[in-house]
Each structure stands twice: as structure tokens, then as C-alpha cells.
Write a protein that binds this ligand. Structure first.
Ligand code: RTP
Ligand code: MG
Length: 137
């Protein structure tokens, strides 16, 4: 079993899509082993996305991710990292395939509804950023 870090981003949460996204997560067979709602500060958002520091879109990303509440989750499944990124769809909702979460709930490249870890090392960092081992049941 593999674990990945998923986020329902502030745009999707504010638009009332948390329930719809969770329903898809369960339908696709993930186990939700950690979940909390929180409002990130700019500093916390910057720390989470530190790999993108210095890129032209970093300030927008940081501002957006700290613009309102989001839901952070740890999902478990066989091949959870790939499986969750497949369910999310392409980074830009305009390029995302039909049936993916970003196609359904994303509205722009910057406001693309969900986040997912992109590799085992990033998943380990990102899960640890929000959850302690004892939180994951
Ligand atoms: P995420 O980390 O949020 O799951 O998204 P991702 O892996 O699909 O894409 P990534 O390259 O990690 O980029 C992180 C977020 O930054 C925004 N972005 N803007 N203007 C741009 O060129 C640009 N590139 C990326 C997106 O909102 C993306 O989700
Ligand atoms: Mg990424």
C-alpha cells in the first residue's frame, strides 16, 4: 500500500465541492487515513510548495493557497501517487481529460481544485508537513 498527500484547494472548498471530491475518492477505492480542514498562512503555503520558490508563478500560488480554508488528506491505495494524479488530471484544467477532478472542478491553471504528491519522496515530505504518524489510522 502506498500513501499520497491530497489537498482540496481553497477554490474547490469555497465552491462547495469538498463533498463531491470526497465521493470520487471513495468511489475510486482510496482509503482516507488522515484528513483535516485548515487555513494555511502565506508562510505555511510557501513552505509546502518550496520546490517552486523563485518561479514566476510562486507568489500567485502562495497567495491562492493561503486565500481560504482547504482540506488536506492522506490517501492510501495500491499505487496511490499515480492513481491520485490520474484522477486529478492535467495541471491545467483546460488540458485535463473528461472525468478528471480538475476538468470537473478546476477553473484555471492557478485554480485547479486539487493537489497531489508527484513522487514517493515528495509524498513523504508532504504527508509529514501536515500529519504526525499517530494521526494516520
Ligand atoms: P500541484 O503540485 O498543485 O498538485 O500541481 P501539479 O503538480 O500538477 O503542478 P506543479 O508543477 O507542481 O505546479 C504547482 C501549481 O502551481 C501552479 N502553476 N502555475 N503559471 C504557471 O505556469 C504555473 N505552473 C504551475 C498550478 O496551480 C499548479 O497546480
Ligand atoms: Mg506539484
Amino acid at each position: 500500500m502506498e500513501r499520497t498527500l491530497a489537498i482540496i484547494k481553497p477554490d474547490a472548498f469555497a465552491a462547495g465541492h469538498a463533498g463531491g471530491i470526497l465521493a470520487r475518492i471513495y468511489e475510486e477505492g482510496f482509503r482516507v487515513i488522515g484528513m483535516k480542514k485548515l487555513a494555511l498562512s502565506e508562510k505555511q503555503a510557501a513552505g509546502f510548495y518550496y520546490v517552486h520558490e523563485g518561479k514566476p508563478f510562486f507568489d500567485d500560488l502562495k497567495g491562492f493557497m493561503s486565500s481560504g480554508p482547504c482540506v488536506v488528506m492522506v490517501l492510501e491505495a495500491d499505487g496511490a501517487i499515480r492513481k491520485w494524479r490520474d484522477l486529478m488530471g492535467a495541471t491545467n484544467p483546460a488540458d485535463a481529460a473528461a472525468g478528471t477532478l480538475r476538468k470537473e472542478f478546476g477553473t484555471s491553471l492557478g485554480r485547479n481544485a486539487v493537489h497531489g504528491s508527484d513522487a514517493p519522496e515528495t509524498a513523504a515530505f508532504e504527508v509529514g508537513y501536515f500529519f504526525a504518524g499517530l494521526d494516520l489510522l
